[in-house]
Design a protein around this ligand. Structure first.
Ligand code: UD1
Ligand code: CA
Length: 448
C-alpha cells in the first residue's frame, strides 16, 4: 500500500530564542527535520510533504538536500496543526493509501514504531501514537474507552479529570490519506488556543462511526525539542543510544561517553575507537580499522586495517584505502590515499591522490589554493616525499620518485627521479663564535 509522509515544520520555535527555524537546529550533526525525514524514509513513502512556514526557504533547502523528491508546501500563517496538514492537500491530490503525520521537532520516533502504526490501521481508521508520560505536563491527553480512542483533549482545554490522564499524545497520527484530508478540512478553531487542532480529527472520526486506536511507544521516542536545554538533552539521548548500539554491534569504544556520533555514522565490527573521537556527518569506518584518541572526522571513508590518529583531522572527501596509516596532527581533505600509504606526522594533504605504499614525510604540505582556485596534486605509487616538502599544485610526482627534505616543488617530477629544490648548504668556519662575541660586547657596553 502506498504511503504518504507529512512532516509539520512551520513553527518558529520561539522558545529556542534563535534566528534559525527550530527544525533546522541540529542533533548528531543533522537538522531535527532530517531525523524525522529519515525515520519516515524507512517506510519507503511514495510522497513526502514538508509543511514549512517560518524561514520557509531555509527549510525548503534543507528538505531538498536530504530528499530531492520531497515536496515542500508553505503554511503562510501558523493557525494550528490541522491547518498545517490541510496545506499539504494540493501536494497529495490523487494520493491513495495511508498518510503518517510527523512533527519536524520530534526527532526520535523509530521506523519500527511507524510500521506498527501502519499495521494497526487494519483495526482502526485513525491510529494515534501515544505514550505513558512520567510528567504529562502540557501534552494532549488521550481519552480512551477500552480499546477505543474517543478523542484527544489539549491541556489548555482539559478538565481536571482529563488532566489527570497520563496517556499522552505524541503527535504522530496515521489514517487513510484522503480521509485525513477530509477530516482536517472539517476541524474548527473554537478552543482555548483559537487554533485548528489536528487532534480534533479523532472525535470527528468517531462521530462518523469510524474507529480510532492507540499504538504505544516508549516516552524516549516522543521527546520533542522546544528549548536549547531540550536540544542539548536530545543530543545527549542520541549519543547515549548511538554508543550503546556501537558496542552492541561489536565496536570497541575505549571511553564511550567521550565519543560523538552523527546520525549517519557507520562503524564496522571490530573497529576500535579511542577516547574523544568526534564523527561529523558522512563517515564510514570499515571493520578492523582503528581511530585513536582525539580525532575529528567528517565526510570520509576509512578502510579495513587503516589506523588514524591520535589527533588527526579527516575532512570531506578523505578516502583511506586498506592499511593506510595517518598519524598525529595530519589534516586530509578531498584526497584519496591508496593502499598502504603512510602519512605519519604534521601534514596537510588537500585535493590530492597518493598512489599505494607511498610515504609522506613529516611536515609535507600540498599548497592547493592560490587564493582563488584549488589545484590538484598527483603523487604516484611507491614515492618518497621528504620531510617538509611543499608541493605547489598543480603538480605531479612520478611513481617511485623522491623529493629532498625541505624542497619547494613547483614542477612535475618524473618517475623514479629525485627532485631537490632548496639552497645548497654553505659553511662559514668560526662565524657563530665571532657573531655572538660581538653581540655580547655590544650589550655589555650599553649596560655601562
Ligand atoms: C501538539 C499536540 C499535542 C501533543 C504534542 C506533542 C495539537 C493540537 N497538539 O501540541 O496533543 O501532545 O504536540 O508534542 O496538535 N506546526 C505547524 N503549523 C502550525 C502549528 C504547528 O507546522 O500552525 C508544527 C510545529 O512546527 C511543530 C508541530 O507542528 O513541529 C507541533 O506544533 P506545536 O505547536 O508544538 O504543538 P503542541 O502544542 O506541542
Ligand atoms: Ca511542541
Amino acid at each position: 500500500m502506498p504511503i504518504s509522509l507529512i512532516i509539520l515544520a512551520a513553527g518558529q520555535g520561539t522558545r529556542m530564542n534563535s534566528d534559525l527555524p527550530k527544525v533546522l537546529h541540529k542533533v548528531a550533526g543533522a537538522p531535527l527535520l532530517v531525523h524525522a525525514m529519515a525515520a519516515g524514509a524507512a517506510l519507503a513513502p511514495d510522497r513526502t510533504v514538508v509543511v514549512a512556514g517560518h524561514e520557509a526557504e531555509q527549510v525548503r533547502a534543507a528538505t531538498l538536500a536530504q530528499d530531492e523528491t520531497a515536496l515542500v508546501v508553505v503554511q503562510e500563517e501558523q493557525l494550528g496543526t490541522a491547518h498545517a496538514v490541510a496545506q499539504a492537500a494540493p501536494a497529495l491530490a490523487g494520493a491513495s493509501g495511508d498518510a503518517i503525520v510527523l512533527y519536524g521537532d520530534t526527532p526520535f520516533i523509530h521506523a519500527d514504531t511507524l510500521a506498527a502504526m501502519i499495521a494497526a490501521r487494519a483495526r482502526h481508521a485513525v491510529v494515534v501514537l501515544g505514550f505513558q508520560a512520567q510528567d504529562p505536563g502540557r501534552y494532549g491527553r488521550l481519552v480512551t474507552q477500552g480499546e477505543m480512542l474517543e478523542r484527544i483533549v489539549e491541556f489548555k482545554d482539559a478538565s481536571p479529570e482529563e488532566r489527570a490522564i497520563t496517556l499522552c499524545n505524541s503527535g504522530v497520527i496515521c489514517a487513510d490519506v484522503q480521509l485525513l484530508l477530509t477530516l482536517v478540512a472539517a476541524v474548527g478553531n473554537a478552543n482555548a488556543a483559537g487554533e485548528y487542532y489536528l487532534t480534533d480529527i479523532v472525535a470527528l472520526a468517531r462521530a462518523r462511526g469510524l474507529s480510532a486506536g492507540v499504538v504505544l511507544c516508549p516516552e524516549a521516542e516522543t521527546m520533542g525539542v522546544n528549548t536549547r536545554a531540550q536540544l542539548a538533552g536530545a543530543e545527549a539521548a542520541f549519543q547515549a543510544r548511538a554508543r550503546a548500539e556501537a558496542l552492541e554491534n561489536g565496536v570497541t569504544l575505549t571511553a564511550p561517553e567521550t565519543v560523538f556520533f552523527a546520525l549517519d555514522t557507520v562503524v564496522g565490527r571490530d573497529a576500535i575507537i579511542g577516547p574523544h573521537v568526534v564523527f561529523g556527518p558522512g563517515v564510514t569506518v570499515e571493520s578492523g580499522a582503528e581511530i585513536r584518541a582525539y580525532c575529528h572526522l567528517e565526510g570520509c571513508h576509512i578502510s579495513r586495517g587503516a589506523t588514524v590518529g591520535p589527533f588527526a583531522r579527516l575532512r570531506t572527501g578523505a578516502e583511506l584505502a586498506e592499511d593506510v596509516h595517518v598519524g598525529n596532527f595530519v589534516e586530509i581533505k578531498n584526497a584519496i590515499l591508496d593502499e598502504g600509504v603512510k602519512v605519519g606526522h604534521l601534514t596537510y594533504l588537500g585535493d590530492a591522490h597518493v598512489g599505494e605504499h607511498t610515504n609522506i614525510g613529516a611536515g609535507t604540505i600540498t599548497c592547493n589554493y592560490d587564493g582563488v582556485f584549488k589545484h590538484h596534486t598527483e603523487i604516484g605509487a611507491n614515492a618518497f616525499i621528504g620531510s617538509d616538502t611543499m608541493l605547489v599544485a598543480p603538480v605531479r610526482i612520478g611513481t617511485g620518485a623522491m623529493t629532498a627534505t625541505g624542497s619547494v616543488i613547483t614542477r612535475d617530477v618524473p618517475d623514479d627521479a629525485l627532485a631537490i629544490a632548496r639552497e645548497q648548504q654553505v659553511i662559514k668556519p668560526g662565524f657563530s663564535r665571532k657573531f655572538f662575541d660581538r653581540l655580547k660586547a655590544a650589550k655589555a657596553a650599553k649596560g655601562r
